[in-house]
Design a protein around this ligand. Structure first.
Ligand code: 13P
Length: 262
């Protein structure tokens, strides 16, 4: 069975003190959910929970996450391991803080900060070489969907991002399909739209690697995920979890999404 994963991407939210409050609430809610009545028919207890705070809260979050059984992710990193790159953060620095994952290729990095497929590829290679697991985001913009380019956009992002990544390294990668038009807009993809894109991604990975590698790859959906809309998306066979922005900022709304995992 594929790994189920639920990721909180806090983006540019939460100070250290706010991070402490979040984990305090999470710690009180998690045991209740784990022993809840839904556990037998959902994947609550076998889901890997990951939280990605901003860099400034990573150290605080690191200790608190461990106490809750939650994994830590960074939201970005530089592709070089060190050097004269003012304002940047490296993979070894993130490892030293206890990060197990790093989010790369997020659409806000691509479209607000103009990161290229080549830069994302370089970051993916460095992260894997440094022992970080990668949450690799792909997804089309609204105009690309409307002009029937969804699959060609996904194809290009996957081919360029994963170029030179070998089969063993691919097992350290999780792909997140985040249609840009659904991020922070309240406009969630229809379950069938998410499934179609996830199936395409898995088929592409099969072509690039092999069937077993593709079958084992967790593919997460992201874009306006909330407890109210996630059950239907999560029921699709190629959806293995979610990458959550807004609804991950409160422990309660984040954990309610966990209860919808199927
Ligand atoms: P929202 O859940 O706020 O739409 O953000 C999605 C996202 O970009 C997660 O990485």
């Amino acid at each position: 069975m594929r790994q189920k994963i639920l990721v909180a991407n806090w983006k540019m939210h939460k100070t250290g003190a706010e991070t402490v409050s979040f984990f305090k609430e999470l710690k009180s809610l998690l045991p209740k959910i784990m022993s809840g009545t839904h556990v037998s028919d959902t994947h609550v207890s076998d889901t890997t929970i990951v939280v990605a705070p901003p860099f400034t809260s990573l150290e605080t979050a690191s200790k608190l996450a461990k106490a809750c059984g939650v994994k830590l992710a960074a939201q970005n990193m530089h592709w070089e391991e060190k050097g004269a790159f003012t304002g940047e953060v490296s993979a070894p620095m993130l490892k030293a803080l206890g990060c197990e994952f790093v989010i790369l290729g997020h659409s806000e990095r691509r479209h607000v900060f103009f990161e290229t497929d080549e830069q994302i590829h370089n970051k993916i290679k460095t992260a894997l070489n440094q022992g970080l697991k990668v949450i690799f985001c792909v997804g089309e913009k609204l105009d690309e969907r409307e002009s029937n380019q969804t699959f060609s956009v996904l194809e290009k992002q996957l081919s360029l991002g994963l170029a030179g990544v070998n089969k063993a390294q691919l097992s350290e990668i999780v792909i997140a399909y985040e249609p840009v038009w659904a991020i922070g807009t309240g406009k969630v993809a229809e379950p069938a739209q998410a499934e179609e894109a996830h199936r395409f991604i898995r088929r592409k990975v099969w072509d690039m690697y092999d069937m077993d590698t593709a079958a084992a790859l967790p593919i997460l959906y992201g874009g306006s995920v909330k407890a109210q809309n996630f059950k239907a998306i999560s029921s699709e066979p190629n959806v293995d979890g979610a990458l959550v922005g807004g609804a991950s900022l409160e422990a309660k709304s984040f954990i309610e999404i966990l209860e919808q995992m199927s």
